[in-house]
Design a protein around this ligand. Sequence first.
Ligand SMILES: [Zn+2]
Length: 406
Amino acid sequence: MSVGGSQAHAWIRHRNRALVLNIIRRGVRVSRTDIARDSHLSLPTISQITQALMLEGMIEEIAVGPSRGGRRPVLLAIRPDYGWVVGMKVFAETIDVAVTNYLGELIASREVQTSTNEIQHVVATMAEIVKAFSLSETRFPGNCLGVGVAVPGTVSQSNGLIRNCPLGWREVNFRELLHSALGLPVMVDNDVNILAQGHLLFGHAQGRQNVIVVTLGRGFGLGIIIHGEVYRGTDGAAAEVGHIPWRPTPIRCECGRNDCIENFVTDRAALLHYRELTGVTEPLTIEGLRALCGQGESAAVKVFEAIGAEVAKAIAILVRTFAPEVIILSGEGLGAGPALTETIAQKWRQYCPEESYASVQWILDSWDNFHWARSAVSLVFDELTFPEVFRSLRPGTAHAKEGGIR
Ligand SMILES: [Zn+2]
């Protein structure tokens, strides 16, 4: 694709706009001089961008900061009441819903049961949820700006196509279906990519360049941030780390193979291992097993230490491949506590020498039930600032392939 001068300018304009807006979001209250320092953009360019953002209502001048010798700087902040955004995470029998203001602060959340995973039913349920919020919630500021949806599996985020999802959805244009039902902007992505995107906007990856996000729980997931952007690979199929070949087992993974790493590290693997060790046949939930581990019950501790050892090896491979600044360990699986998390933290280091990877920072994510759904709003924020239509132009790529941008 040839990227002409006007398209390249549009790309640069939107990219700079996103850069400025994200610095304001990160800094909470920042001056134009602060933005110049962090963005390396000129003050006239920053003034032009902030003027436009103020006219659109996304940011506001909120206070006068302390003087540093010259004129006292005016501080800029995100306007929380610019509008509200809905984030949703789809599970097998439920949909988690989070509503935030434009600052990303949670203003409502709920869990909704779904009677079937049939796609039309799930889309209709989501549309009802958003319409009910629009009608009944007078405390929400402004208008609904859009809906972000997190689904497990392979998603082509640029066009909203779900290629392959464990809920049984294949080649479904989810974005189009939900957009037709709602008439609002809709963004869809793989759930762990969304978690990584959320960390870039609100969390531990703010201002970072290279980060890996590893999730434990129902699945074993990975989000990759390279040069400050989530890396999705061709057709969104990158980072499917749960199904990398590990060792053969007698059990079959949901993908049909018997040697995936998920057979060793997921909730299902933990329950199977515990039954094998103890011979217990009574019903046991994963929450129950995590609680036993927290109480120090020896077989439960052994199960999560074994998982920790496998995850540590996988993380060592990822660290040696990507050399991240930060590893974020996340997911509901962290509820097993130190038997799991400390085993991982200690063991991955054994495979990655200090002299090469001393600066890698290790972060345990604080987890709550609406973490996934809340992260999904970041897709909408991103689309509002740097729309996919411009993002996908990537003049840098055109430059390499076609000899420059006019
Ligand atoms: Zn598999």
